[in-house]
Design a protein around this ligand. Structure first.
Ligand SMILES: *Cc1c(COP(=O)(O)O)cnc(C)c1O
Length: 382
């Protein structure tokens, strides 16, 4: 196997799902987003664990992601969160995926594909209550719900909306989220009042699941929390503060191996651009991972690699396939020692993806999603 690999601790995913289950009212369903290869963790293994833990739904972004779950024999309903291209609708129907719908043209196209295949498909109507991305305007929801419900080949399996700021602790953002939830509630009531069953209603991504019990509705869609990270301001101490303590455990651990230890003299430079000059004679460890593996160049100064329980900073620019770590003197690190780039702190890593993200001005989503396919995943506790 490659000297660089990612351990995926499936037990941590199981633990995170059970933490989420504990927070939501009993009877609330869980939809686990496994889009983007389960945020880099591997869609099929994560989907299997999610289903084993009782998740009733999975969610993907693309039709191909949904089809891959079906090919792996996963049979639970799979919500397609983004809008596909019309040429993909035949596959939506054939694979029995549950697309988000938001407009008349799309509903009509989908209806014809379903009719052509003599297959009824369930859809979820997306309502834009303030995300400003996809979804119908609230005033059109009844008409569109009726269009779905009265189509012979479509059924209204659910209605949903998405929140742009559930992870923010600012009072304005909290008020915005409350306004969205109340608007969505009104839209669902209007659909009911028109004699149409809205199906499964859902609104909450991780942050809302963790902090707003009133956002759970019929189903929740926590992604990030399942992978073990707290969203934005909604961290462990925030949750303690609102008496909803939650312990999330990161599931991914990015590991590599010191493939060479080299002695550099004071004044010698390391890597492209010669941005790092040895301040004294010291040892440098070479690690076989770089930006093509997802360790982006701008993370450089923020990454501390743990080797034999000690944290060392990277030095010099991260290259496409390699990077260097400054070992100083007398580190005791030798060639072929394993190095942890990020992972669960309780397993000895100096930082998790959220630590790098915070320091590098990005979000943990981007760090785990960025770990390239070239990095083999090793599944622990399958
Ligand atoms: C990705 C996504 C989620 C999950 O969001 P997290 O912040 O990872 O919990 C939920 N709903 C929609 C519509 C999404 O696109």
């Amino acid at each position: 196997m490659r000297a660089t690999f990612a351990n995926i601790y499936l037990d941590n995913i199981r633990h995170n799902i059970s933490e989420i289950r504990r927070l939501i009212p009993s009877g609330t369903m869980i939809c686990v987003p496994v889009k983007a290869d389960a945020y880099g963790h591997g869609a099929v293994p994560v989907a299997r664990v999610a289903v084993e833990c009782g998740a009733e739904y999975l969610a993907v972004a693309t039709v191909a992601e949904g089809a891959a779950l079906r090919s792996a024999g996963i049979a639970v309903p799979v919500l397609v969160l983004s809008l596909p291209h019309p040429s993909e609708l035949a596959e939506v129907v054939e694979q029995g995926l549950v697309p988000a719908v938001q407009d008349e043209e799309f509903i009509r196209l989908l209806g014809s594909e379903a009719e052509a295949r003599r297959r009824t498909i369930s859809v979820h109507l997306k309502v834009d209550t303030g995300m400003g991305r996809i979804g119908c305007v609230p005033g059109e929801a009844v008409r569109l719900a009726d269009m779905v419900a009265s189509s012979r080949w479509l059924s209204l399996g659910g209605m949903f909306t998405h929140l742009p700021v559930p992870d923010s602790a600012s009072p304005d953002d909290e008020a915005f989220t409350a306004g969205q939830l109340s608007l969505f509630g009104d839209v669902v009531s209007a659909v009911r009042a028109a004699g149409i069953s809205p199906g499964i209603c859902h609104a909450a991504s991780s942050a809302a699941v963790l902090r707003y019990p009133e956002a759970s509705l019929d189903m929740v869609r926590p992604g990030l929390a399942v992978y073990g990270y707290y969203p934005g301001d909604v961290d462990a101490s925030f949750l303690d503060g609102i008496r909803r303590p939650v312990l999330l455990k990161p599931a991914m651990e990015l590991r590599t191996t010191v493939v060479a230890v080299r002695r550099v003299r004071k004044g010698q430079s390391v890597s492209y651009g010669r941005t790092w000059i040895a301040p004294e004679d010291c040892d440098i460890g070479v690690l076989p991972l770089g930006y093509a593996d997802g360790l982006l160049r701008h993370y450089g100064g923020h990454v501390k690699v743990t080797i034999n329980g000690r944290a060392f900073p990277l030095c010099g620019r991260i290259c496409m396939d390699q990077c260097m770590v400054c070992l100083g003197n007398g580190s005791g690190v030798s060639r072929w020692d394993e190095a942890v780039v990020f992972g669960p702190r309780e397993l000895g890593s100096a930082q998790d993806a959220s630590g790098i993200a915070c320091a590098a001005g990005t979000i943990p989503y981007e760090i785990t999603c960025g770990v390239n396919r070239r990095v083999p995943r090793v599944y622990k506790n399958p």
